[in-house]
Ligand binder design. Sequence first.
Ligand SMILES: [Zn+2]
Length: 269
Amino acid sequence: MYVEKLCILKAITDELDNTCYAIICDWNANLCDIDNSLFAGHMINVCSENNLKISSCAHLPERSYTYVSERWNTTSWLDHAIASNDFHSSISKINIMYDVSDEDHIPFKVYINNDNIPNLTSSINNGRAKIRWNNMTDNDISKYSMLTERCLHDIHIPIEAVGCRDTQCTNVNHIVSINIMYNDIVSSLIQAGEESSQNKKRSYTNKPGWAEYVDSLYDTSREVRHMWVNAGKPRQGPIYDLHVKSKARFKYALRYISRIMKMHYAKRH
Ligand SMILES: [Zn+2]
């Protein structure tokens, strides 16, 4: 159940249209006692898999705690700020307010430096050509390498702008030519990715165990997605909740299969 909840969080953050976010709450993951906290292991795994930072850990001493159990006379560190790289680098400090409470959960303050928050640009990064590297054959990879080389070769490099050493540069020509170069690189890579991984869609449906665990979830998740798109991709409300949940369940089942496969594989070899 805990892992499923983490998958739901992951599905929600995947839908965000910016890279600066944090999830600050009671994670029930005791970092004072990682070896004996089952949830701490899960939380740490999810963070490392998704390139998230445990900001509370980075900003606070090892012996911190946010929960006091008077009954057992113990303390544990259950509440955390988990942040994307962008949010993490804008945090200047975190303080646990030990003087506010001496029982149950203790609140903590996160100080954010506005200057370090990246600006949200209007350019759209739709990531439509996410490449499934695990499905690529050697042939596909060399094709990708050839295509990227050809596409990148054609990109115009604005020598003057690239050579500019002013980190606060306001020269409009420099800014425009760097943006053009950046967009050219991104679209080249998207194009190369699309051309070299054509007909690869849904190939993960061939994984063993698929029919047993995931088939119906996959269909439901597609139907719900369809519904969500038709409703104009709402960011909240019942259709949004349904969409996020069905996607999370589907992803969770997929990971379950991968894990089972790895276990089988490990046993046989
Ligand atoms: Zn410049």
